[in-house]
Design a protein around this ligand. Structure first.
Ligand code: NAD
Length: 303
């Protein structure tokens, strides 16, 4: 098709795999630097309850990547029959362990467990998934804290693409506690004008057409088509859907070509960023705890 518009848009594909590789390399360098100086490495503790095959794969992937970067890997596997008290006891034990910098409770949990109560047992300084109530509050107040990994990864991709959210119309499709809600808050904290769309939004097309930045996290293949887009939009596709033809996102990727200014592919966009941000959070948690310990020791010495 010949584009007859005066300024045809060339769509740039955002390479999340390469940005994630740079972040992992920086974490690895920092860990190597610290351990060479005689410091203890960061430790990431993962907790897996039950035997959901997908969760198993996700946790293994996180653990393997952590080890590759020199982060200590601590793992607790509990049966699907584990009680609330048993999982809580494991969290408490890891919370008290100085060699554990971050605690990750893999979701979803068996329905018999109260996931929110267990997430809130993780001390904020070790909440590397950033999903507890205190971490959510720190994000809402735009105060320092550990942030949820997937939306942090999206912000990094925007930064890397040179897209500054300040003053822009941003639309987030999806309002989950895991992705959509913290995503909207992070964009707001960076001075975007943010609209959140969800399952009950009556005219999705009208909303998405206002977007200069469009983040889609609905879990619906091809929810967003060419007609949902305004020329020049930056699209971040968080969706991961398993179809007969393989993994696809929530956006009709081909349809966005020549309309979007930037777009992330699936796979190879946001996916690799999520683990990279988890490991960066683990390093951050570790360094914050070390600084807090040094501060306490100094105060003790001068008391
Ligand atoms: P979720 O099911 O908890 O939430 C989906 C949200 O999308 C809800 O707020 C819902 O109202 C909204 N929604 C659903 N259908 C809609 C529609 N037709 N129109 C408008 N809004 C609609 O899912 P989630 O955990 O937030 O994940 C969303 C997607 O992101 C999934 O595909 C998931 O696999 C993917 N995901 C990817 C990563 C990553 O690392 N790339 C991480 C987490 C989730």
């Amino acid at each position: 098709v010949t584009d007859t518009s005066p300024n045809p848009i060339v769509t740039t594909i955002i390479d999340g795999a390469s940005v994630a590789r740079r972040i992992r390399a920086a974490v690895q360098d920092a860990v190597a630097h610290d351990t060479a100086a005689g410091e203890r490495p960061p430790g990431l503790a993962t907790i897996l309850v039950g035997d959901d095959p997908a969760s198993h794969v996700y946790v293994e992937n996180k653990r393997r990547t952590a080890r590759t970067l020199g982060i200590r890997d601590e793992h607790r596997a509990l049966p699907a029959t584990a009680t609330q008290d048993e999982v809580a006891a494991v969290i408490d034990e890891l919370a008290a362990d100085d060699t554990v910098s971050g605690i990750l409770l893999q979701l979803p949990l068996p329905p018999s467990l109260d996931a929110d109560a267990l997430l809130d047992r993780i001390p904020p300084e070790k909440d590397v998934d950033g999903l507890s109530t205190p971490s959510t509050g720190l994000l809402a107040r735009n105060l320092p804290g550990l942030r949820p990994c997937t939306p942090s990864g999206v912000m990094r991709l925007l930064d890397d693409a040179g897209v500054d959210p300040a003053g822009k119309q941003a639309v987030v499709v999806g309002a989950s506690h895991l992705v959509g809600l913290p995503m909207a808050q992070m964009l707001l904290n960076r001075d975007a004008t943010v609209t959140t769309a969800h399952r009950r939004t009556s005219d999705l097309l009208a909303v998405t057409r206002t977007a200069e930045i469009l983040v889609v996290a609905a879990g619906v293949p091809k929810l967003i088509t060419r007609q949902h887009l305004t020329p020049g939009v930056t699209i971040i596709d968080v969706g991961i859907n398993r179809t007969e033809t393989g993994l696809v996102g929530d956006v009709d990727f081909e349809g966005a070509m020549g309309v979007a200014r930037h777009i992330t592919p699936v796979p190879g966009g946001v996916g690799p960023m999520t683990i990279a941000m988890l490991l960066e959070n683990t390093l951050t948690a570790h360094r914050n705890q070390r600084a807090a310990n040094a501060h306490r020791t100094n105060q003790g010495a001068s008391a």
